[in-house]
Design a binder for this molecule. Structure first.
Ligand code: HEM
Length: 456
């Protein structure tokens, strides 16, 4: 990797000027483009205008930062001057003050409280549950059948997150939970596209449906909390039920509910998407798939994996990293400045919104040669260490980095290895695999695949 020359990337060095970006009518058409085809729009803007793109409309200053140094500045160095932006805050109705959306001291206290569920030791303890549930799923798959892999992965990961974090088996209610979360997410997407037409409080069919889904989800979650309250176990929820604040008070039911729903959604949706895109990419890249199968068979032969196999499943991990480069399950991160500050060459006012997009930066040819190609081998020789900080940030960075990073890497590696060990997946031809970017990047109509069992 050639050493990077920062000056070559920062296109602007006059701090008094407004960064480039669409203006006037072109800005208006850009907003429409951003609303309806956001990922294409952001990539095009970065190519056209460079490392800092102004997307400001009216008094709200909005910028897209496309350089790792600037991203590092926002997520690491100036984190204390930022809160989550308005598009995150639009989700407060559902996720309340859970870890993903809260800020300041409240967030810090809750992060400290939840972090112990993600120590290396705890994570290792979750491996046997992951292997057992994945085995059950594989035992149900029938060779020669067609499945929607997104659905299959959703059902598996929702079960895993609730079992590992909250000690409950949601096999019975998994579909209901997924349906409710889906309705809420689709409603969020609908709202972001029609905010200028339809206020959220109008009793439209969509608003009513989302309201019903949230109500049902609340019932299920409060049920889980009640269950744990009656019979505590050694899990995160039981521990959260015991936690006392500095003033001796315990978390309220509402606070517990917010954290449970947040962990449920953040924990299943992203990992599901990571696995779905990975299996799609492998079907499209038979050479990579063959290498993966060879590694899995040589490491595991016919036995089930354990946590100790992970260091040997190097190619499996590289496949996942490369998949999350091309299809980052979280494709954009937004922040709002809480005070005036200088970032890069720009003096930015309090209230400014900044967007950082994994989809854009992970496709930057300055950091990734042949960026559109699926090449797991590029991660050999510790590419991640050699890249500039934040050139690759599927899990975010800085103090707000994903709390489930190590957990989901372990989970996805074990699941992928177990699927590759037993099944060859091919894409059903002529289906349209469309991206649906919301807070995550998921396939709009699922991904249909034919499963063929392979003998050893
Ligand atoms: C492939 C899987 C995953 C990806 C790509 C991913 C991605 C991310 C990203 C990018 C952020 C930072 C958002 C921001 O800075 O605004 C984040 C935060 C978070 N993630 Fe994940 N995530 C994954 C899996 C998980 C899992 C399995 C869990 C739970 C077990 C989880 C729970 C959270 C939580 C609670 C936060 C908020 C953390 C905080 O602000 O303190 N994530 N995730």
């Amino acid at each position: 990797m050639t050493k990077l020359n920062k000056a070559a990337y920062l296109n602007h060095n006059n701090s008094s000027t407004q960064p480039p970006g669409p203006r006037g009518l072109s800005l208006l058409s850009s907003l429409v483009e951003y609303t309806f085809t956001p990922i294409e729009f952001l990539l095009k803007s970065a190519r056209e205008y460079g490392d800092v793109v102004s997307l400001s409309i009216g008094p709200i200053r909005t910028y897209l930062f496309n350089h790792p140094d600037l991203i590092d500045e926002v997520l690491n160095k100036q984190n204390q001057n930022c809160i989550k932006d308005i598009s995150y805050r639009a989700l407060k109705g559902v996720f309340g003050d859970g870890l993903l959306l809260s800020d300041g001291d409240f967030w810090k206290r809750h992060r400290r409280m939840i972090q112990p569920a993600f120590t290396a030791e705890r994570i290792a303890g979750y491996a046997s549950t992951i292997v057992a549930d994945t085995s059950q799923m594989l035992a149900k798959w029938r060779s020669g059948e067609i499945y929607d892999i997104h659905q299959e992965m959703s059902q598996l990961t929702i079960k895993l997150i609730t079992q590992t974090m909250f000690g409950v088996d949601v096999t019975e209610t998994a579909l209901e939970i997924l349906e409710a979360l889906d309705t809420i997410m689709l409603h969020y997407i609908h709202q972001t596209k029609t905010w200028f037409l339809l206020p959220a409080w109008l009793p439209t069919p969509e608003n009513r449906q989302a309201h019903r889904a949230t109500k049902r989800l609340n019932e299920i979650v409060y049920g889980i909390i009640e269950q744990r309250r009656k019979s505590p176990k050694d899990d995160l929820l039981s521990r959260m039920l015991q936690v006392k604040d500095e003033d001796g008070s315990q978390l309220s039911d509402r606070q517990l509910r917010d954290e449970v729903i947040t962990l449920m959604l953040a924990g299943y949706e992203t990992t599901t998407n990571a696995l779905t895109w990975t299996l799609m990419l492998l079907a499209q890249n038979p050479e990579a798939e063959a290498k993966l199968v060879a590694e899995v068979r040589s490491v595991l032969e016919e036995r089930l994996p354990t946590i100790n196999d992970l260091p040997k499943l190097c190619y499996t991990e590289m496949v996942l990293k490369e998949s999350m480069r091309l299809y980052p399950p979280a494709w954009i991160v937004g922040r709002e400045l809480t005070r005036d500050c200088t970032i890069g060459d720009y003096y930015l006012a309090r209230g400014t919104t900044i967007y950082l997009s994994q989809w854009v930066v992970h496709r930057d040819p300055r950091f990734f040669a042949n960026p559109e190609q699926f090449l797991p081998e590029r991660w050999e020789d510790n590419l991640e260490q050699r890249l500039p900080r934040c050139a690759y940030f599927p899990f975010g960075a800085g103090p707000r980095v994903c709390i489930g990073k190590a957990f989901s890497m372990m989970e996805a590696t074990l699941i992928l290895a177990m699927v590759a060990q037993k099944f060859r997946l091919t894409l059903i031809p002529d289906q349209s695999i469309e991206l649906l970017p919301s807070i995550t990047l998921r396939p709009k109509h699922g991904v249909k695949m034919m499963f063929k069992e392979i003998s050893f």
